[in-house]
Design a protein around this ligand. Structure first.
Ligand SMILES: N[C@@H](CCC(=O)N[C@@H](CS)C(=O)NCC(=O)O)C(=O)O
Length: 223
């Protein structure tokens, strides 16, 4: 199984796809396409990608693109209980949260692009970004209060699940743009930042050399 990702520093959707591959427990190898490059900009680096986007998974000749399709496919192969909470009420909330993240929160996604080598301590968030953060905080708090806090594990539903996969890039945005969140959400952010898979991704990202950094907001300080 091969997963094609974009530059780790920048590609929030690639992080989701790669975490899903990790969560599957299946062996895979990773191929990284440099997004901060002329070949990405002129489209030549995207020829292999069915949708022209990363992440992209190829499993024994079966092409699976889009992070949500990858989660569905990998849950079929690796086991749904690895990906989603076992109890139906928790599973329903996890599905809804993952879907809302996949299709929503455009102001947060476009206003705070993922840039793992930079921090923006003086970032001034728009009201639309703050509204997204409040909604995400409420979702995280509901998952933690209703389902996560019964367990010893600090993730949304206790064990690390597909819901955490979907929100992982938001964790970095909250941390790097210093966005205001509740104590429950901050504890979740800290737990996610300490997760070995996020640390592995972050360590690889720190080694990347960006040429233009065209996706980043101006300013910021080295992370
Ligand atoms: N809905 C897709 C979104 C994938 C996506 O937008 N990926 C970005 C990189 S993070 C991309 O490849 N954009 C194409 C481009 O920049 O030209 C998914 O869930 O995988």
């Amino acid at each position: 199984m091969k997963i094609v990702i974009g530059t780790r520093t920048l590609s929030s959707w690639s992080l989701r796809g790669w975490l899903a591959a990790k969560l599957s427990g299946l062996p895979f190898h990773t191929e990284c396409i440099e997004m901060d490059s002329p070949a990405w900009q002129d489209g030549s680096a995207k020829r292999e990608l069915p949708s022209g986007k990363v992440p992209y998974l190829v499993d024994g000749g079966v092409p699976v693109w889009d992070s949500m399709a990858m989660i569905l496919w990998l849950a079929d192969k690796g086991g749904h209980d690895r990906f989603w909470p076992r109890e139906l009420p928790a599973r329903g909330l996890a599905y809804a949260m993952a879907a809302e993240m996949h299709s929503g929160f455009a102001p947060l996604r476009s206003g705070c692009p993922m840039q793992l080598q930079k921090r923006y301590p003086d970032f001034v968030a728009s009201e639309a970004i703050l509204a997204d953060v409040r909604r995400i905080d409420a979702l995280w708090s509901e998952a933690r209060d209703r389902f996560g806090s019964d367990t010893d594990l600090p993730y949304l539903f206790g064990p690390f699940s597909a819901a955490d996969v979907m929100f992982a890039p938001v964790v970095y945005r909250i941390d790097h743009y210093h966005l205001p969140v509740s104590a429950t959400a901050r504890a979740y952010v800290d737990a996610m930042l300490a997760h070995p898979w996020l640390r592995e991704w972050q360590a690889e990202a720190r080694r990347e050399v960006l040429r233009y950094d065209a996706y980043a907001l101006p300013g910021g300080v080295a992370a």
